[in-house]
Design a binder for this molecule. Structure first.
Ligand code: CUA
Length: 340
């Protein structure tokens, strides 16, 4: 019985030691503000580590004072306590003046960082992102309207160049956050906010809506794909082209199924008669990695399940179920995946 408290004390640090790598491990991967891949995110990450360092210094200082005080009190119990004036001055200095200076310094640095991460250098490219419940509409702006490219839930950018985002919402407040590339910026109805990124390395970075916006807020994600500038230009030119014309019997049948279904009420496929504007543009749907705002991978099985019963994948979203005979569903999946 008497050994138990000692055993429990010795287990605590072991538990914490085990948890720490797990916690930090979760901060270093696919979606992480502590694994910055561009200049705005690097500034955010550096600020975080400076705050951690200052906090550590303060904790060490306070704990040291505490230890010195208790040791002295134990060794010299008869020593005279500090005078009232001394005690008051110590409390004012260490409890009010120093904390206020530290906090004010952090507030000022944070405001300055906020300005720097929101203000871009002259951008090489401007992308408009419109938040909708619960997906992202993406327009690659161009001075010629017929060259504007519209996609959804997947944002492609060139590396090494500043990219500006115009952020809007058509329904409620959302927040655009790609932790590896920059901090959060809200998308607010009837207003355009701006943000920017400059990815230094090619890669795929996950983004997430960071403002609670309804039932499927958690499944309002997206991916950012950073390419070398020539690869990006090739990708953009491909996206400007109208949709692929079906040539196989299966994709031809799939197109007929699509055009005869309720899909056309909401979706656009450029080059066909489908011109709905309330759901994602599917002109190059087959080239996307995910469906339903990065909820699931864009595989045959997931796509067939999404078309047949989207409510079971993402309850409350605005896509109605489409009940099709098996062969029609197969053909529709073939067609949508042929839209590269
Ligand atoms: Cu959109 Cu949360």
């Amino acid at each position: 019985m008497s050994s138990r408290p000692g055993t429990q004390r010795s287990r605590m640090p072991v538990g914490m030691t085990c948890a720490l790598p797990l916690l930090l491990g979760a901060c270093s991967g696919y979606q992480s503000a502590l694994n910055p891949q561009g200049s705005p995110a690097e500034a955010v990450s550096l600020f975080f580590w400076v705050m951690v360092a200052v906090a550590c210094v303060i904790v060490i200082f306070v704990v040291s004072l505490l230890l010195i005080g208790t040791t002295r009190a134990r060794n010299a119990p008869q020593a005279r306590p500090l005078s009232y004036a001394h005690s008051r001055n110590l409390v004012l200095l260490a409890g009010v003046v120093i904390p206020a200076m530290v906090l004010l310094t952090f507030v000022a640095s944070s405001a300055s960082l906020d300005r720097r991460t929101a203000t871009d250098p002259e951008p090489a490219l401007t992308i408009e992102v419109v938040g909708r419940q619960w997906w992202w509409e993406v327009h690659y702006l161009d001075e010629h309207d017929n060259r504007i490219v519209t996609t959804a839930n997947e944002i492609h950018i060139p590396t090494g160049l500043p990219v500006r985002f115009h952020l809007k919402s058509i329904d409620v407040i959302h927040s655009f956050w790609v932790p590896n590339l920059n901090g959060k910026t809200d998308l607010i109805p009837d207003r355009t906010n701006t943000s920017w990124v400059q990815a230094e390395r090619e890669g795929v970075y996950r983004g997430q809506c960071a403002e609670f916006c309804g039932a499927q807020h958690a499944r309002m994600a997206f991916v950012v794909v950073a390419h070398s500038p020539p690869d990006f230009e090739r990708w953009l030119a491909g996206q400007r082209a109208p949709s692929a014309v079906p040539t196989e019997p299966s994709t031809l049948r799939g197109q007929q199924v699509f055009l005869a279904s309720q899909c056309v009420m909401c979706h656009t496929i450029r080059g066909t008669t489908a011109a709905g504007r309330v759901a994602p543009d599917l002109t190059h749907f087959g080239s996307r990695r995910t469906i339903a705002a990065a909820s699931t991978p864009n595989t045959r099985g997931h796509l067939a399940g999404w078309i047949s019963d989207p409510q079971s994948v993402k309850p409350g979203n605005f896509m109605p179920p489409t009940k099709l005979p098996g062969e029609d569903l197969e053909a529709l999946v073939d067609y949508l995946h042929s839209l590269q």
